[in-house]
Design a protein around this ligand. Sequence first.
Ligand code: ZN
Length: 456
Amino acid sequence: MLQFIGAARTVTGSKSLLDVPSGRLLVDCGLYQGRKKLRLANWQPFPVDPATIDAVVLTHAHIDHCGYLPRLVRLGFDGPVWCTPGTAELARILLPDSAHLQEDEAAYANRTGYSKHEPAVPLYTAADAAAAIELLRPVEFGAVEPVLPDVDVTWHRAGHILGAAFVRLDLQDTTVVFSGDLGRPTHPLLLPPDPIGDADVIVTESTYGDTEHLAPDADGTIADVVNDAAGCGGVVVVPAFAVDRTEVVLWHLDRLVASGRVPSIPVFVDSPMASRALDFYRDETRRGSPEIRPELHGRELFPALDIVETRSTEESKALNTRRGPMVIVSASGMATGGRVVHHLANRLGDGRNTVLLAGFQAPGTRGDRLRAGATKLKMLGRYVPVRTNVVSLDLSSHADRSELLDWIGTARSPQIVYVNHGEVDAAFALADAIETERSIPAVVPEPGERVRLDGG
Ligand SMILES: [Zn+2]
Protein backbone atom coordinates (compact mmCIF):
# COMPACT_ATOMS: atom_id res chain seq x y z
CA MET A 1 0.00 0.00 0.00
CA LEU A 2 1.31 3.42 -0.98
CA GLN A 3 0.03 6.59 0.69
CA PHE A 4 0.70 10.14 -0.55
CA ILE A 5 1.09 12.05 2.69
CA GLY A 6 3.07 15.08 1.48
CA ALA A 7 3.68 17.07 -1.71
CA ALA A 8 0.30 15.92 -3.04
CA ARG A 9 -0.95 18.85 -5.12
CA THR A 10 1.80 21.13 -3.84
CA VAL A 11 5.54 21.46 -4.40
CA THR A 12 6.97 21.00 -0.92
CA GLY A 13 6.73 18.56 1.98
CA SER A 14 7.55 15.50 -0.14
CA LYS A 15 6.65 12.30 1.75
CA SER A 16 5.29 8.93 0.56
CA LEU A 17 4.49 6.11 2.97
CA LEU A 18 4.89 2.53 1.82
CA ASP A 19 3.45 -0.42 3.72
CA VAL A 20 4.66 -3.86 2.62
CA PRO A 21 4.39 -7.23 4.39
CA SER A 22 7.82 -6.91 6.01
CA GLY A 23 7.48 -3.35 7.24
CA ARG A 24 6.92 0.33 6.69
CA LEU A 25 9.02 2.79 4.69
CA LEU A 26 8.93 6.53 4.16
CA VAL A 27 10.25 7.78 0.80
CA ASP A 28 11.48 11.34 1.32
CA CYS A 29 10.79 13.28 4.49
CA GLY A 30 10.35 16.84 3.33
CA LEU A 31 9.42 20.02 5.12
CA TYR A 32 6.58 22.20 3.88
CA GLN A 33 8.05 25.57 2.90
CA GLY A 34 6.70 28.85 1.60
CA ARG A 35 3.44 30.50 2.63
CA LYS A 36 2.55 30.46 6.30
CA LYS A 37 -0.48 28.22 5.75
CA LEU A 38 1.80 25.58 4.24
CA ARG A 39 4.44 25.94 6.94
CA LEU A 40 1.76 25.35 9.56
CA ALA A 41 1.17 21.93 7.95
CA ASN A 42 4.51 20.89 9.45
CA TRP A 43 2.79 21.04 12.86
CA GLN A 44 -0.01 18.62 11.90
CA PRO A 45 0.09 15.26 13.68
CA PHE A 46 2.01 12.71 11.58
CA PRO A 47 -0.50 10.24 10.04
CA VAL A 48 1.18 7.20 11.62
CA ASP A 49 3.28 6.78 14.75
CA PRO A 50 6.81 7.65 13.51
CA ALA A 51 8.19 4.93 15.79
CA THR A 52 6.45 2.35 13.55
CA ILE A 53 8.45 3.43 10.46
CA ASP A 54 11.28 0.96 9.85
CA ALA A 55 13.38 3.12 7.51
CA VAL A 56 13.47 6.30 5.44
CA VAL A 57 14.72 6.45 1.84
CA LEU A 58 15.82 9.88 0.57
CA THR A 59 16.06 11.08 -3.03
CA HIS A 60 18.11 14.23 -2.29
CA ALA A 61 19.11 16.79 0.29
CA HIS A 62 16.86 19.75 -0.49
CA ILE A 63 14.91 20.69 2.62
CA ASP A 64 11.54 20.06 0.96
CA HIS A 65 12.69 16.41 0.64
CA CYS A 66 14.63 15.82 3.88
CA GLY A 67 13.91 18.78 6.17
CA TYR A 68 11.21 17.03 8.19
CA LEU A 69 13.66 14.31 9.33
CA PRO A 70 14.64 16.03 12.59
CA ARG A 71 10.93 16.41 13.40
CA LEU A 72 10.35 12.71 12.66
CA VAL A 73 13.22 11.88 15.02
CA ARG A 74 11.79 14.18 17.66
CA LEU A 75 8.48 12.28 17.33
CA GLY A 76 10.12 8.89 17.91
CA PHE A 77 11.62 7.63 14.63
CA ASP A 78 15.05 6.04 15.11
CA GLY A 79 15.55 3.77 12.08
CA PRO A 80 18.13 4.05 9.30
CA VAL A 81 17.89 6.83 6.69
CA TRP A 82 19.20 5.48 3.37
CA CYS A 83 20.53 7.93 0.76
CA THR A 84 23.44 8.52 -1.61
CA PRO A 85 26.80 9.67 -0.14
CA GLY A 86 26.29 13.09 -1.74
CA THR A 87 22.89 13.49 -0.15
CA ALA A 88 24.32 12.54 3.24
CA GLU A 89 27.10 15.11 2.83
CA LEU A 90 24.71 17.91 1.83
CA ALA A 91 22.15 16.97 4.52
CA ARG A 92 24.94 17.41 7.09
CA ILE A 93 25.25 21.00 5.82
CA LEU A 94 21.55 21.81 5.32
CA LEU A 95 19.76 20.18 8.29
CA PRO A 96 21.61 22.11 11.04
CA ASP A 97 20.87 25.34 9.18
CA SER A 98 17.20 24.42 8.94
CA ALA A 99 17.18 23.74 12.70
CA HIS A 100 18.66 27.19 13.37
CA LEU A 101 15.91 28.77 11.26
CA GLN A 102 13.28 26.88 13.28
CA GLU A 103 14.89 27.99 16.56
CA ASP A 104 15.15 31.59 15.35
CA GLU A 105 11.49 31.59 14.35
CA ALA A 106 10.43 30.36 17.81
CA ALA A 107 12.70 32.90 19.52
CA TYR A 108 11.22 35.68 17.37
CA ALA A 109 7.69 34.55 18.26
CA ASN A 110 8.60 34.69 21.94
CA ARG A 111 10.05 38.21 21.61
CA THR A 112 7.06 39.56 19.73
CA GLY A 113 4.41 37.48 21.47
CA TYR A 114 2.68 36.35 18.28
CA SER A 115 2.74 32.61 19.08
CA LYS A 116 -0.33 30.73 20.24
CA HIS A 117 1.95 28.43 22.22
CA GLU A 118 3.36 29.87 25.43
CA PRO A 119 6.27 29.87 25.14
CA ALA A 120 6.73 29.20 21.41
CA VAL A 121 8.70 26.03 20.71
CA PRO A 122 10.68 25.27 17.56
CA LEU A 123 9.48 22.53 15.19
CA TYR A 124 12.85 20.97 15.94
CA THR A 125 16.19 21.93 17.40
CA ALA A 126 19.85 21.66 16.45
CA ALA A 127 20.01 18.57 18.70
CA ASP A 128 17.19 16.93 16.72
CA ALA A 129 19.04 17.71 13.47
CA ALA A 130 22.23 16.19 14.89
CA ALA A 131 20.29 13.06 15.90
CA ALA A 132 18.81 12.81 12.39
CA ILE A 133 22.26 13.14 10.83
CA GLU A 134 23.45 10.19 12.97
CA LEU A 135 20.84 8.01 11.23
CA LEU A 136 22.10 8.68 7.67
CA ARG A 137 23.29 5.51 5.90
CA PRO A 138 25.02 6.32 2.57
CA VAL A 139 24.72 3.88 -0.37
CA GLU A 140 26.55 4.34 -3.68
CA PHE A 141 24.62 4.99 -6.90
CA GLY A 142 23.66 1.70 -8.56
CA ALA A 143 24.29 -0.48 -5.49
CA VAL A 144 21.33 -2.62 -4.35
CA GLU A 145 20.37 -2.07 -0.73
CA PRO A 146 17.90 -4.49 0.93
CA VAL A 147 16.16 -1.83 3.00
CA LEU A 148 13.53 -4.34 4.14
CA PRO A 149 13.52 -8.14 3.59
CA ASP A 150 11.19 -7.74 0.60
CA VAL A 151 12.31 -4.30 -0.65
CA ASP A 152 15.54 -3.76 -2.61
CA VAL A 153 16.34 -0.12 -3.26
CA THR A 154 18.72 1.39 -5.85
CA TRP A 155 19.57 5.03 -6.46
CA HIS A 156 20.00 6.39 -10.01
CA ARG A 157 21.32 9.73 -11.20
CA ALA A 158 18.70 12.51 -11.34
CA GLY A 159 21.07 15.34 -12.36
CA HIS A 160 19.31 17.86 -10.09
CA ILE A 161 21.97 18.67 -7.45
CA LEU A 162 24.96 16.62 -6.27
CA GLY A 163 23.73 13.40 -4.66
CA ALA A 164 20.25 13.69 -6.20
CA ALA A 165 18.69 10.42 -7.28
CA PHE A 166 15.52 8.84 -8.46
CA VAL A 167 14.97 5.67 -6.49
CA ARG A 168 13.86 2.26 -7.66
CA LEU A 169 12.09 0.04 -5.14
CA ASP A 170 11.92 -3.59 -6.15
CA LEU A 171 9.10 -5.10 -4.12
CA GLN A 172 8.09 -8.77 -4.23
CA ASP A 173 6.04 -8.48 -7.43
CA THR A 174 6.20 -4.79 -8.39
CA THR A 175 8.83 -2.19 -9.21
CA VAL A 176 8.08 1.36 -8.10
CA VAL A 177 10.19 4.35 -9.18
CA PHE A 178 10.12 7.68 -7.34
CA SER A 179 11.50 10.57 -9.40
CA GLY A 180 12.50 12.80 -6.49
CA ASP A 181 13.33 16.08 -8.24
CA LEU A 182 14.42 15.51 -11.80
CA GLY A 183 17.22 17.69 -13.14
CA ARG A 184 17.86 19.01 -16.63
CA PRO A 185 20.06 17.52 -19.33
CA THR A 186 21.64 20.98 -19.75
CA HIS A 187 23.22 21.23 -16.26
CA PRO A 188 26.78 22.46 -16.89
CA LEU A 189 28.43 20.39 -14.14
CA LEU A 190 26.18 17.37 -13.58
CA LEU A 191 25.45 14.49 -15.92
CA PRO A 192 21.83 14.20 -17.10
CA PRO A 193 19.23 11.94 -15.46
CA ASP A 194 19.63 8.20 -16.09
CA PRO A 195 16.94 6.38 -18.07
CA ILE A 196 14.32 4.61 -15.95
CA GLY A 197 14.35 1.10 -17.43
CA ASP A 198 11.93 -1.39 -15.90
CA ALA A 199 9.16 0.13 -13.80
CA ASP A 200 5.56 -0.89 -13.11
CA VAL A 201 4.63 2.22 -11.15
CA ILE A 202 6.20 5.68 -11.44
CA VAL A 203 5.69 8.46 -8.93
CA THR A 204 6.87 11.65 -10.59
CA GLU A 205 7.33 15.25 -9.60
CA SER A 206 5.54 17.89 -11.69
CA THR A 207 7.00 21.21 -10.50
CA TYR A 208 7.19 22.47 -14.12
CA GLY A 209 4.59 20.03 -15.47
CA ASP A 210 2.85 22.81 -17.44
CA THR A 211 5.92 24.87 -18.37
CA GLU A 212 8.67 24.74 -20.97
CA HIS A 213 11.82 26.52 -19.80
CA LEU A 214 12.90 29.19 -22.24
CA ALA A 215 16.47 28.78 -23.36
CA PRO A 216 17.79 31.96 -21.77
CA ASP A 217 21.03 33.41 -23.03
CA ALA A 218 22.55 33.16 -19.55
CA ASP A 219 26.05 34.04 -20.75
CA GLY A 220 24.78 37.10 -22.61
CA THR A 221 22.69 38.33 -19.69
CA ILE A 222 25.46 37.84 -17.14
CA ALA A 223 28.04 39.41 -19.49
CA ASP A 224 25.94 42.56 -19.89
CA VAL A 225 25.45 42.88 -16.14
CA VAL A 226 29.13 42.34 -15.30
CA ASN A 227 30.37 44.65 -18.07
CA ASP A 228 28.03 47.40 -16.85
CA ALA A 229 29.31 46.98 -13.30
CA ALA A 230 32.93 46.96 -14.44
CA GLY A 231 32.34 50.14 -16.44
CA CYS A 232 30.86 52.23 -13.62
CA GLY A 233 32.27 50.65 -10.48
CA GLY A 234 28.97 48.92 -9.68
CA VAL A 235 28.24 45.95 -7.49
CA VAL A 236 26.33 42.93 -8.80
CA VAL A 237 24.41 41.24 -5.97
CA VAL A 238 23.28 37.70 -6.81
CA PRO A 239 20.87 36.12 -4.31
CA ALA A 240 21.51 32.40 -4.93
CA PHE A 241 20.50 29.12 -3.35
CA ALA A 242 23.53 27.91 -1.41
CA VAL A 243 23.67 24.48 -3.05
CA ASP A 244 24.09 24.11 -6.80
CA ARG A 245 22.79 27.51 -7.96
CA THR A 246 25.93 29.19 -6.63
CA GLU A 247 28.06 26.73 -8.61
CA VAL A 248 26.05 27.26 -11.80
CA VAL A 249 26.36 31.07 -11.53
CA LEU A 250 30.12 30.74 -10.95
CA TRP A 251 30.40 28.39 -13.92
CA HIS A 252 28.91 30.99 -16.25
CA LEU A 253 31.09 33.77 -14.80
CA ASP A 254 34.20 31.62 -15.15
CA ARG A 255 33.45 30.88 -18.78
CA LEU A 256 32.89 34.58 -19.53
CA VAL A 257 36.13 35.66 -17.89
CA ALA A 258 38.13 32.85 -19.52
CA SER A 259 36.87 33.82 -22.96
CA GLY A 260 37.53 37.52 -22.41
CA ARG A 261 33.88 38.53 -22.74
CA VAL A 262 34.03 40.20 -19.32
CA PRO A 263 36.97 41.55 -17.31
CA SER A 264 38.06 39.71 -14.19
CA ILE A 265 36.49 41.53 -11.26
CA PRO A 266 36.48 40.20 -7.68
CA VAL A 267 33.80 37.62 -6.94
CA PHE A 268 32.74 37.20 -3.32
CA VAL A 269 30.89 34.08 -2.19
CA ASP A 270 29.32 35.26 1.04
CA SER A 271 27.49 32.36 2.65
CA PRO A 272 29.05 29.78 4.97
CA MET A 273 26.62 27.15 3.67
CA ALA A 274 27.43 27.97 0.05
CA SER A 275 31.14 27.75 0.85
CA ARG A 276 30.76 24.28 2.33
CA ALA A 277 28.70 23.14 -0.65
CA LEU A 278 31.30 24.71 -2.97
CA ASP A 279 34.05 22.70 -1.26
CA PHE A 280 32.00 19.57 -1.86
CA TYR A 281 31.41 20.35 -5.56
CA ARG A 282 35.15 21.06 -5.94
CA ASP A 283 36.13 17.80 -4.21
CA GLU A 284 33.69 15.74 -6.26
CA THR A 285 34.96 17.30 -9.49
CA ARG A 286 38.62 16.69 -8.60
CA ARG A 287 38.01 13.06 -7.68
CA GLY A 288 35.95 12.43 -10.84
CA SER A 289 32.60 11.65 -9.24
CA PRO A 290 30.28 9.64 -11.51
CA GLU A 291 27.73 12.46 -11.13
CA ILE A 292 30.05 15.11 -12.61
CA ARG A 293 30.50 15.55 -16.35
CA PRO A 294 33.59 13.54 -17.36
CA GLU A 295 35.28 16.45 -19.17
CA LEU A 296 35.62 18.19 -15.78
CA HIS A 297 37.08 15.20 -13.91
CA GLY A 298 40.38 15.95 -12.20
CA ARG A 299 40.06 19.67 -12.92
CA GLU A 300 39.78 22.67 -10.63
CA LEU A 301 36.42 24.40 -10.89
CA PHE A 302 36.30 28.07 -11.91
CA PRO A 303 40.05 28.56 -12.59
CA ALA A 304 39.57 31.94 -14.27
CA LEU A 305 37.75 33.53 -11.34
CA ASP A 306 39.18 35.59 -8.52
CA ILE A 307 36.89 34.10 -5.83
CA VAL A 308 37.01 35.29 -2.22
CA GLU A 309 34.94 33.31 0.27
CA THR A 310 33.92 35.35 3.29
CA ARG A 311 33.25 32.86 6.05
CA SER A 312 33.12 35.04 9.18
CA THR A 313 30.45 37.61 9.98
CA GLU A 314 33.15 40.30 10.22
CA GLU A 315 34.41 39.55 6.71
CA SER A 316 30.86 39.64 5.43
CA LYS A 317 30.14 43.01 7.06
CA ALA A 318 33.42 44.40 5.75
CA LEU A 319 32.02 43.99 2.24
CA ASN A 320 29.52 46.76 3.01
CA THR A 321 32.21 49.42 2.73
CA ARG A 322 34.05 47.85 -0.19
CA ARG A 323 33.77 49.71 -3.50
CA GLY A 324 32.90 48.10 -6.80
CA PRO A 325 33.25 46.73 -9.30
CA MET A 326 32.60 43.33 -7.80
CA VAL A 327 30.14 40.47 -7.73
CA ILE A 328 28.62 39.25 -4.44
CA VAL A 329 26.95 35.82 -4.58
CA SER A 330 25.07 35.24 -1.36
CA ALA A 331 22.16 33.21 0.07
CA SER A 332 19.24 32.99 0.34
CA GLY A 333 18.07 32.66 -3.25
CA MET A 334 14.80 34.57 -2.76
CA ALA A 335 16.30 37.09 -0.30
CA THR A 336 14.01 35.81 2.45
CA GLY A 337 16.92 35.65 4.89
CA GLY A 338 20.64 35.09 5.12
CA ARG A 339 23.50 37.48 4.47
CA VAL A 340 22.15 38.62 1.11
CA VAL A 341 19.61 40.72 3.02
CA HIS A 342 22.25 43.07 4.40
CA HIS A 343 23.92 43.29 0.99
CA LEU A 344 20.64 44.30 -0.61
CA ALA A 345 19.87 46.77 2.18
CA ASN A 346 23.31 48.29 1.59
CA ARG A 347 23.33 48.31 -2.23
CA LEU A 348 19.76 48.80 -3.47
CA GLY A 349 19.90 52.60 -3.16
CA ASP A 350 22.73 53.04 -5.70
CA GLY A 351 21.75 53.07 -9.38
CA ARG A 352 25.18 51.78 -10.47
CA ASN A 353 24.48 48.43 -8.83
CA THR A 354 22.54 45.47 -10.19
CA VAL A 355 20.56 42.67 -8.56
CA LEU A 356 20.74 39.48 -10.61
CA LEU A 357 17.92 37.09 -9.65
CA ALA A 358 19.18 33.66 -10.61
CA GLY A 359 16.16 31.45 -10.07
CA PHE A 360 12.57 30.88 -9.03
CA GLN A 361 11.12 33.59 -6.76
CA ALA A 362 8.14 32.40 -4.73
CA PRO A 363 5.20 34.81 -4.49
CA GLY A 364 5.51 37.31 -1.67
CA THR A 365 9.28 36.96 -1.18
CA ARG A 366 11.62 39.96 -1.46
CA GLY A 367 13.05 38.43 -4.63
CA ASP A 368 9.58 38.30 -6.12
CA ARG A 369 8.88 41.92 -5.22
CA LEU A 370 12.18 43.04 -6.73
CA ARG A 371 11.43 41.16 -9.93
CA ALA A 372 7.99 42.79 -10.07
CA GLY A 373 9.60 46.24 -9.97
CA ALA A 374 9.18 47.29 -6.33
CA THR A 375 10.40 50.85 -5.75
CA LYS A 376 11.10 50.23 -2.08
CA LEU A 377 11.66 47.17 0.05
CA LYS A 378 11.47 46.67 3.81
CA MET A 379 14.69 45.19 5.11
CA LEU A 380 16.10 44.96 8.61
CA GLY A 381 13.22 47.06 9.94
CA ARG A 382 13.36 50.00 7.52
CA TYR A 383 12.31 50.81 3.95
CA VAL A 384 15.10 50.98 1.41
CA PRO A 385 14.55 52.67 -1.97
CA VAL A 386 15.25 50.45 -4.97
CA ARG A 387 17.40 52.35 -7.50
CA THR A 388 19.38 49.39 -8.84
CA ASN A 389 18.75 47.49 -12.05
CA VAL A 390 17.03 44.19 -11.40
CA VAL A 391 17.73 41.44 -13.92
CA SER A 392 16.03 38.01 -13.86
CA LEU A 393 17.57 34.86 -15.20
CA ASP A 394 15.90 31.43 -15.20
CA LEU A 395 18.60 28.95 -14.18
CA SER A 396 16.20 26.23 -13.06
CA SER A 397 17.56 22.87 -11.90
CA HIS A 398 14.14 21.21 -12.50
CA ALA A 399 13.15 19.38 -15.64
CA ASP A 400 10.40 21.12 -17.61
CA ARG A 401 7.31 19.54 -19.16
CA SER A 402 9.07 18.07 -22.21
CA GLU A 403 12.03 16.88 -20.18
CA LEU A 404 9.72 15.13 -17.68
CA LEU A 405 7.84 13.46 -20.56
CA ASP A 406 11.12 12.41 -22.20
CA TRP A 407 12.28 10.85 -18.96
CA ILE A 408 8.99 9.02 -18.38
CA GLY A 409 9.37 7.77 -21.95
CA THR A 410 12.54 5.90 -20.90
CA ALA A 411 10.48 3.51 -18.72
CA ARG A 412 9.74 0.01 -20.04
CA SER A 413 6.03 -0.88 -19.87
CA PRO A 414 4.87 1.20 -16.90
CA GLN A 415 1.29 0.47 -15.80
CA ILE A 416 0.54 3.79 -14.12
CA VAL A 417 2.10 7.13 -13.24
CA TYR A 418 1.21 9.04 -10.07
CA VAL A 419 1.87 12.76 -10.45
CA ASN A 420 2.74 14.66 -7.29
CA HIS A 421 5.13 17.40 -6.14
CA GLY A 422 3.51 20.11 -8.24
CA GLU A 423 0.84 22.77 -7.87
CA VAL A 424 -2.59 21.59 -9.00
CA ASP A 425 -2.47 23.09 -12.53
CA ALA A 426 1.02 21.79 -13.24
CA ALA A 427 0.23 18.31 -11.90
CA PHE A 428 -2.97 17.89 -13.94
CA ALA A 429 -1.35 19.29 -17.09
CA LEU A 430 1.46 16.77 -16.81
CA ALA A 431 -0.96 13.91 -16.09
CA ASP A 432 -2.91 14.83 -19.25
CA ALA A 433 0.26 14.93 -21.30
CA ILE A 434 1.40 11.55 -19.96
CA GLU A 435 -1.92 10.01 -21.01
CA THR A 436 -2.12 11.64 -24.45
CA GLU A 437 1.56 11.67 -25.41
CA ARG A 438 2.84 8.56 -23.62
CA SER A 439 -0.38 6.50 -23.47
CA ILE A 440 0.14 5.64 -19.81
CA PRO A 441 -2.70 6.10 -17.29
CA ALA A 442 -1.78 9.00 -15.01
CA VAL A 443 -3.35 10.10 -11.74
CA VAL A 444 -2.91 13.16 -9.53
CA PRO A 445 -3.41 11.71 -6.05
CA GLU A 446 -5.40 13.50 -3.38
CA PRO A 447 -3.47 14.43 -0.25
CA GLY A 448 -3.58 11.34 1.99
CA GLU A 449 -4.85 9.04 -0.78
CA ARG A 450 -3.85 5.37 -0.58
CA VAL A 451 -3.33 3.02 -3.52
CA ARG A 452 -2.50 -0.67 -3.77
CA LEU A 453 0.70 -1.58 -5.56
CA ASP A 454 0.15 -5.29 -6.11
CA GLY A 455 -1.71 -6.54 -9.18
CA GLY A 456 -4.56 -8.13 -7.17
ZN1 ZN B 1 15.16 19.54 -5.11
